[in-house]
Design a protein around this ligand. Structure first.
Ligand code: NAP
Length: 244
């Protein structure tokens, strides 16, 4: 049985990706930053009900050593790591003039350094296997920029560069690496936006609605599937036509 590890998967897009990959037949390694993220949360039960294995691995993905330990445990428990989804991410929005250095560094550390940490350690396992799929969560903010998100857009743009570098470095070992760039998806992260901002965003979306987490999970499922075996180093925007 193949195994997928999805960072930040207690809720939101990560949980939807975990559920979808479980439906696709993968054993699932869930990750989040604290045990409490899984309190009052039925994601493990839903995954196990699909007849696949599921484990929870608590780690702060911005911490290099914690990622090394987590990858080691997942490999020991499941014997292979076939798909890595670098999903964990945070926002600490604010206009540049008011953004603190602390909030800049924190977002870069959680969103960007985590991709280095996890790709390095899980990538080493995949290189030995001579196969693997790595899928990174970028954002339209990383492609086009977004006022109030200097830190977030920097991290998401960096992920695009890291995706292409990973594709080039690991391609000869049969490993693909792609990114998805969601637009505005209904999750706890976007629930924090003001009503004014939500209305402004909606007016720019061709499909005139926000995306659903399942619509991100479907594209990730494709990128992990045999149908995407010759797709690597690409960024797929999933934004309902936000930018055309
Ligand atoms: P979310 O609902 O906030 O979920 C993110 C998950 O990551 C949370 O469970 C969070 O735990 C966890 N996490 C945060 N820091 C972590 C760390 N250091 N180590 C491990 N886990 C950590 O966010 P989402 O909307 O599903 O977004 C998922 C990904 O998609 C993110 O990378 C985001 O940037 C990207 N994205 C989202 C949208 C959107 O519209 N929602 C658009 C474009 C891109 P806590 O609950 O403790 O914070």
């Amino acid at each position: 049985m193949a195994t997928a590890i999805i960072t930040g998967s207690a809720r939101g897009i990560g949980a939807a990706i975990a559920l979808r990959l479980a439906k696709d037949g993968y054993d699932i390694a869930l990750n989040d930053i604290a045990e409490s993220c899984f309190d009052n949360n039925d994601i493990t039960d839903k995954i196990k009900a699909l007849g696949v294995k599921c484990g929870i691995y608590i780690a702060d993905v911005s911490n290099h050593d914690a990622c090394a330990d987590m990858v080691k445990k997942v490999k020991a428990d499941f014997s292979s790591i076939d798909v890595l989804v670098n999903n964990a991410g945070i926002t600490r929005d604010g206009l540049l003039a008011r953004m603190s250095e602390e909030n800049f560094d924190l977002v870069i550390s959680v969103n960007q350094k985590s991709v280095f940490n996890m790709t390095k350690h899980a990538g080493a396992v995949m290189m030995k296997q001579r196969s693997g799929r790595i899928i990174n969560l970028s954002s339209v903010a990383g492609v086009y920029g977004n006022a109030g998100q200097m830190n977030y857009s920097a991290s998401k743009a960096a992920i695009i560069g890291m995706t292409k570098t990973t594709a080039k470095e690991l391609g000869s070992r049969g490993i693909t690496c792609n990114a998805v760039a969601p637009g505005f998806i209904e999750t706890p992260m976007t629930a924090q936006l003001s009503d004014e901002m939500k209305t402004a965003i909606l007016s720019q979306i061709a499909l005139k609605r926000y995306g659903q987490v399942e619509e991100i999970a479907g594209v990730v499922s494709f990128l992990a599937s045999p149908d995407a075996s010759y797709v690597t180093g690409q960024v797929i925007e999933i934004s309902g036509g936000l930018s055309m």
